[in-house]
Design a binder for this molecule. Sequence first.
Ligand SMILES: [Zn+2]
Length: 96
Amino acid sequence: MSVPSKNRRRNLSVQTVTSISRAIALKHDPPVELVGVVPSEGASDRAEIVVRISGCHAEPCRLVLNVSRGLTAEEFSSQLESQLRDAIATHTSTHG
Ligand SMILES: [Zn+2]
């Protein structure tokens, strides 16, 4: 009865977003540090995930990923993974 429906578009909580983001950050190589998660201002269905990449050429490194929260946990983590991959490519490029 309490199993969440996959068809229901309910925003993921900031807490859920934080734990998914942390799990993704932890398994990443190069290491990614999760700085924080905040709901986007003026867009209640989105969240900003702030991370820092170890070994980034930019000092201080601060990366903000903007991901929709109106997704399933699986969709959210694949969105975040792909954004993170792009961001890491940008941030670790020597052509700054
Ligand atoms: Zn960086």
